[in-house]
Design a protein around this ligand. Structure first.
Ligand code: DP6
Length: 327
């Protein structure tokens, strides 16, 4: 009852920011992402008779930060599939944990797939995606790979809230760079930030009602493999999400000064004729989408901004996959 899986992280091009059901972790709206080959998490789960409590080793740290969330996920698995045994979970990312990039998407996608194999559940891709969603909404998209669209669904039990692939990774040749501006932990996590935004930002209603159109435009831009449109739409969508967060009470400001400098640097590159576009999640790191041929120039421009600590690189890739299973 032991299995290992690896899953990539992903970057939202149309963001998920709000839930229609917090207990089942069902998003309020759809979202679209690109799967990040180059930023992955490997997870082993071992359901054992001799364990009295779940044990969790994340990036070498036993039962530290993040362990409680893993245990909550394992409880969901146990109650959904009638499992008694506790589990040992060991997980490691190939990107620096301290970089402040979300590892919950890759982590819970890998854990969902590993649980499926270890317990012999034989879940469909949609069911796996819905299961990963219970751990973290963005993890649902890392199951499928390529360009993924999360469907919020309508069912009260969240069973139709899962991601599907809308384009293979090769649809749009793309380089994705992430400029790290701080290694400090963000003060307000996504789950809490979404709740606060929904409860207190007067812009939240406008945000959720703007998403269906953003999704339709992004689908069309991906269908046409039009990098300029994909990039401009992604940048506008990220700015709208941040505007909505800024409207919360107290306001959610995830940016630092370097974040702002990086946005300007990318706009200058664009003015100079380089196709490069910015997107930012619930943190101060700046992610850039650009043509493969512009990768080196963009990297150089990001590193030239004072305060950029490092630049990580990725490309569109495949979804979660199994590494090893033992009965
Ligand atoms: C800004 O998936 O981390 O990165 O479902 O509460 O775990 P939970 O939230 P999470 O939120 C991701 C928010 C985002 C946008 C996105 O990835 O779509």
């Amino acid at each position: 009852m032991r299995a290992a899986a690896i899953a990539p992280s992903n970057l939202a091009l149309v963001k998920y920011w709000g839930k229609r059901d917090s207990a089942l972790n069902v998003p309020a709206t759809g979202s679209i992402s690109v799967t990040l080959d180059g930023l992955s998490t490997s997870t082993t789960v071992d359901f054992r008779e001799d364990l009295e409590a779940d044990e969790c080793v994340l990036d070498g740290v036993r039962n530290g930060r993040g362990a409680e969330r893993v245990t909550r996920f394992l409880e969901t698995v146990r109650s959904s599939f009638g499992v008694e045994r506790r589990a040992l979970v060991e997980s490691a990312s190939d990107f620096p944990a301290a970089a402040g990039l979300a590892s919950s998407a890759s982590g819970f996608a890998a854990l969902a797939l590993a649980c499926d194999a270890a317990l012999g559940l034989s879940l469909s891709e949609a069911q796996l995606s819905a299961l990963a969603r219970r751990g973290s909404g963005s993890a649902a998209r890392s199951i499928v790979g390529g360009f993924a669209e999360m469907r919020p669904g309508e069912a009260a039990d969240g069973s139709d809230a899962f991601a599907v692939q809308i384009a293979p990774p090769e649809r749009l040749p793309l380089a994705i760079l992430a400029a790290v501006t701080t290694r400090a932990r963000k003060p307000v996590g996504s789950t809490e930030g979404m709740l606060r935004t929904a409860e207190s930002s007067p812009f939240y209603g406008a945000w959720t009602s703007s998403v269906p159109r953003a999704l339709a435009e992004m689908r069309a831009a991906l269908e046409a493999a039009d990098l300029e449109r994909v990039g401009m739409l992604a940048e506008a969508n990220a700015m709208r999400m941040h505007a909505t967060m800024l409207g919360a009470d107290p306001p959610l400001l995830y940016w630092n000064g370097v974040t702002v400098e990086l946005v300007h640097a990318v706009r200058e590159l664009r003015a100079a004729g380089v196709q490069a576009y910015v997107t930012i999640d619930a943190g101060p790191q700046v992610k850039v989408l650009c043509e493969e041929s512009a990768r080196a120039a963009v990297r150089e421009a990001l590193l030239a901004v004072e305060g950029t600590l490092e630049v990580l690189e990725a490309r569109p890739g495949e979804g979660a996959r199994l590494q090893d299973v033992q009965g």
